[in-house]
Design a protein around this ligand. Structure first.
Ligand code: BGC
Length: 356
């Protein structure tokens, strides 16, 4: 038991400095099933609130399950709510969590700006807030845990320019309300800029995709094909959901597999398209690392420890202490030793389309 408590104290990564406040130390208790329970200063179980934007995409289901598992493994409890992309609902759900007496709030914002109100309300109740994967803008956020989203865009553009160094590019962006969509776009254009300046690459289409949905991405891609008379040599889509929509539009014109397409998330459908050749690459973000890191930091902070990260990300109001994990570019050549090796997807699922 003592050893377990010590381990919990040193859980965070090397680049995080954890100190202690005056708050009484939480205790670990073992119930009859031997599952440790972390208690706060009121001798109540430590409870983390997890306010999610949506569960309508594959990756967020993984995030939900892995985060819950990681928090519970640390002996704390977690309350999870999801807002289905509705800003007002996300705010009211978070308010309900705050009023229910959670010790800390972790949030995946649907709208980077609107959720600043949640951070403010949580602080009024003495509750710290961690932004998970997506940044909350213009708020006194306590911590941001994510992947390097600019690097995701750079990886996409590097992979596609290696195949298509000259030609007409369509950029199918993410949701304008999501800060990650902006960071990804910065990364993409950082790599494309010299090609554009040399006149080698023309950006013939560049639009955001409302709520990142495949149906909106498909409509964008159809517009791109129509307005260019189908003169498109490469597509960079902000994630696998939007890549899927774009590929449907390409397929309708007999162009799927002929025009390179980039995505991100290593969604099962995305990696299956890589196997059959309609999608060129994806960017794999090991969500198990993100969930574990966020859970460890959330529990440490809920216990009253001071967590400081070396990296900082400006959210328009403050320099937010941040932990940014490294994404991995994935194509047909390294699928097995990344996504499959990690158990993110099974080989049976990944190769199902070609096996049938
Ligand atoms: C995430 C992506 C995800 C997208 C749509 C972004 O904020 O970083 O992984 O595909 O949201 O849900």
């Amino acid at each position: 038991m003592k050893r377990r408590a010590i381990v919990l104290c040193f859980l965070s990564m090397v680049w995080i400095l954890v100190g202690c406040t005056d708050k009484p130390k939480p205790v670990l208790e073992t119930d009859e099933t031997e599952k440790p329970t972390l208690l706060d200063e009121n001798h109540a179980p430590i409870r983390i609130g997890f306010s999610m934007d949506t569960l309508l995409e594959e990756r967020w289901l993984k995030d939900r399950d892995l985060f819950k598992e990681a928090v519970e493994a640390l002996g704390a409890e977690v309350e999870i709510v999801a807002a289905s992309g509705d800003d007002a609902l996300q705010i009211s759900q978070a308010e309900a969590l705050i009023h229910s007496g959670i010790d800390l709030l972790v949030i995946v914002p649907h709208n980077a700006e609107a959720t600043a109100a949640i951070v403010h309300k949580a602080h009024l109740s003495g509750i710290q807030v961690i932004a998970y994967d997506r940044l909350v803008k213009n708020a006194d956020l306590d911590l941001y845990v994510s992947f390097d989203n600019e690097q995701v865009g750079e990886m996409q553009a590097k992979a596609i320019t290696a195949l298509v160094p000259k030609g007409n590019y369509a950029f199918i962006g993410g949701a304008i309300t999501d800060n990650n969509a902006h960071l990804l776009k910065q990364g993409v254009f950082k790599v494309l800029r010299p090609y554009i300046e040399r006149g080698d690459i023309n950006i013939v289409y560049d639009q955001w995709t409302e709520d990142w949905t495949p149906v909106n991405a498909r409509a964008n891609m159809e517009e791109a094909l129509r307005t260019t008379n189908m003169q498109i040599d490469a597509v960079i889509a902000a994630n696998d959901a939007t890549a899927g929509g774009a590929i449907q539009a390409l397929a309708a014109k007999g162009l799927a597999g002929k025009v390179p397409v980039a995505g991100q998330d290593a969604d099962l459908a995305g990696v299956q398209r890589i196997v059959v050749g309609t999608q060129t690459m994806t960017v794999y973000k090991p969500i198990q690392m993100l969930a574990k890191e966020a859970a460890e930091l959330a529990v440490a902070m809920a216990k009253g420890e001071i967590v400081t990260a070396e990296q900082k990300v400006n959210n328009g109001k403050i320099e937010v202490p941040s932990v940014l994990l490294t994404p991995i570019a994935v194509n047909e050549h390294n699928l097995d030793r990344t996504v499959i090796f990690d158990g993110f997807h099974s080989p049976e699922d990944v190769y199902r389309e070609v096996a049938e």
